[in-house]
Design a protein around this ligand. Structure first.
Ligand SMILES: Cc1cc2nc3c(=O)[nH]c(=O)nc-3n(C[C@H](O)[C@H](O)[C@H](O)COP(=O)(O)OP(=O)(O)OC[C@H]3O[C@@H](n4cnc5c(N)ncnc54)[C@H](O)[C@@H]3O)c2cc1C
Ligand SMILES: NC(=O)c1ccc[n+]([C@@H]2O[C@H](COP(=O)([O-])OP(=O)(O)OC[C@H]3O[C@@H](n4cnc5c(N)ncnc54)[C@H](O)[C@@H]3O)[C@@H](O)[C@H]2O)c1
Length: 478
């Protein structure tokens, strides 16, 4: 049996593993990148990129449908499902191709195509029969959809996000389970592309939101647009001859509904359960994920590091890349370990209206009994948002009553992806709310709405004056 000896072994050539590889090779060429699936990453192949391509088509279909109030009307769009999916797959393949080219340019002797499982802290068994002994090992194995046994009755009509992006054409109807990020993004996009969609959520949760006021607004907005059940009571479900059927308990009794497919988007689970971690010295949490230091990526005191979705902390692309860098640096320098400062938390849901979260969530602030104060703006009356006909939603910003520091924000509303960046950068720069208000605000822009929320927050902290309602010197409609 062949034993390969190396300084660093990386399990998984996804976004975290690739970033780790690049960091390791700054220090040593003695590295092995082990991947048992296709190259190309979850993000490019079945995640961030194809989902945004589908959403872009949905936005195009929707764009002309809501301009009547401006005196401009369009005919109903003609949606060519095959052409929609053709572009999604073609553009997706282009992005995947760039990633594949990058990996395949890396020296062949540093790359292994096999499944790795632990045999000890420093030893991996490969599915091709070889063994790897490494001074340090990085776990960057990603995550997969978490499918509860409850859903198995849907049989071969049960699908997940990966399946959507391999469609040649759009189906007639889809029941989406889970009003989290994936369910919202894909469910709303399919609805806007003319697919009959019902979305079944749980506990009135929408995306990552935790602020009850923003949650209530999000629930109302999505229910206004399509068949949205944020707390669905689905009793029975089954595969039928032509698709799936489910029994939904409604106020007026049980209703049987039929769809072509059931898309399960009820969360993802880290790929650590089949890694043989029981053969290592690592301590696990209740979900079987190794305990690790978020600033070093190190699992306990072992020469094992973990990065990306595998660690089950913040399953987002930029976090996977940052954590891959951190794990790569520390694995290459092991046992000299460096602590890396985490960037400000930021997340965006590409629904319409978009959702964004920055910093500490309302739930986290409440649970730690923080002395925090809220400011808010209702987008329905914000000048620039009204001008553009995108005046829907609510922004709530949180500040520390004692220090005046900005703590976090939750929002559903216009241009959330951009406001999220302004707020995350301010948070990372440790600005107080007063300092944020000292920055320039152009007129008329969406950011004036943010200023209103910050002014109210500053006033509620007793650190500034309450802005007058309809503040004309701020710019009409600010
Ligand atoms: C539909 C969808 C949309 C998304 N949209 C966004 C978005 O808009 N923005 C955003 O920031 N994030 C988004 N994400 C999340 C983002 O895609 C992930 O956070 C990111 O891809 C995680 O990267 P990773 O390296 O941890 O995992 P992956 O890229 O999944 O890499 C893990 C790799 O490990 C390999 N592997 C696993 N086990 C083994 C083993 N035992 N041996 C060898 N190899 C193994 C796998 O084959 C895989 O290639 C989305 C995710 C989904 C599913
Ligand atoms: N725009 C983005 O950045 C983006 C897009 C897609 C995915 N992602 C990442 O992928 C992760 C996984 O996404 P996800 O949507 O699968 O998970 P999620 O955790 O965001 O949402 C899962 C939802 O399913 C609900 N749920 C659980 N069991 C249910 C049941 N039996 N019936 C109905 N609903 C049920 C949960 O209450 C929750 O609201 C996200 O947390 C995010 O980090 C990010």
């Amino acid at each position: 049996m062949t034993t390969l000896r190396t300084k660093v072994a990386i399990i998984g050539a996804g976004s975290a593993g690739m970033r780790a590889y690049r960091e390791v090779t700054k220090t040593t060429d003695d590295v092995l990148l082990i991947e048992d699936g296709p190259y190309g990453t979850t993000c490019a192949r079945v995640g961030c990129m194809p989902s945004k391509l589908l959403i872009a088509a949905a936005e195009a279909a929707h764009a002309g449908q809501h301009t009547q109030a401006m005196g401009v009307t369009y005919d109903a769009p003609t949606i060519d499902g095959a052409a929609v999916m053709d572009r999604v797959r073609r553009e997706r393949d282009r992005f995947v191709g760039f990633v594949e080219d990058t990996v395949e340019d890396w020296p062949e002797h540093q790359r292994i195509r096999a499944r790795a499982t632990f045999e000890a802290d420093n030893r991996l068994a490969l599915s091709d029969g070889r063994t790897v002994e490494a001074e340090a090992i990085i776990i960057a194995t990603g995550s997969r959809p978490n499918i509860l046994p409850f859903f198995e009755n849907f049989g071969d009509r049960l699908i997940v996000n990966d399946d959507v992006f391999s469609w040649d054409d759009l189906p007639g109807s889809v029941a989406v389970f889970g009003a989290g990020v994936i369910g919202l993004e894909l469910g709303q996009a399919l609805h806007r592309l003319g697919v009959k969609v019902s979305l079944f959520g749980r506990d009135n949760l929408v995306g990552p939101l935790s602020d009850p006021e923003v949650l209530a607004r999000a629930n109302a907005l999505f229910a206004d647009e399509f068949d949205f059940h944020p707390h669905a009571d689905v009793q029975n479900h089954r595969r039928t001859q032509t698709g799936v059927a489910l029994d939904l308990v409604t106020k007026s009794g049980m209703q049987t509904l039929e769809y072509d497919f059931a898309l399960i988007a009820t969360g993802r689970r880290p790929n650590v359960d089949t890694l043989g971690l029981e053969t290592t010295s690592l301590e696990m949490d209740a979900r079987g994920v190794p305990l690790f230091d978020v600033q070093t990526g190190q699992c306990g005191t072992a020469p094992i590091f973990i990065a990306g979705d595998a660690n089950n902390i913040i399953p987002l692309l930029h976090e996977a890349a940052d954590e891959g860098m951190c794990a790569g640096y520390n694995a290459a320098h092991y046992p000299d370990i460096r602590r890396f400062v985490k960037s400000a938390p930021i997340s965006v849901v590409f629904s319409d209206p978009q959702i964004m979260m920055v910093g500490e969530t309302h739930r986290a602030l409440t649970e730690r009994h923080a002395d925090f104060v809220v400011g808010e703006v209702d987008w329905s009356d914000q000048g620039r948002a009204r001008v553009m006909g995108v005046n829907k939603g609510l922004l709530r910003v949180y500040g520390d009553r004692i220090t005046g520091s900005f703590l976090g924000a939750e929002m559903i509303g216009p241009r959330a992806e951009h406001l999220a960046h302004l707020l995350a950068w301010s948070l990372q720069s440790h600005l107080t709310v007063g300092e944020m208000l000292d920055r320039p605000f152009y007129h008329p822009v969406i950011e004036e709405g943010l200023r209103t929320a910050l002014r109210i927050l500053n006033a509620n902290m007793q650190m500034g004056a309450m802005p007058p309602s309809r503040c004309i010197d701020c710019g009409p409609g600010a």
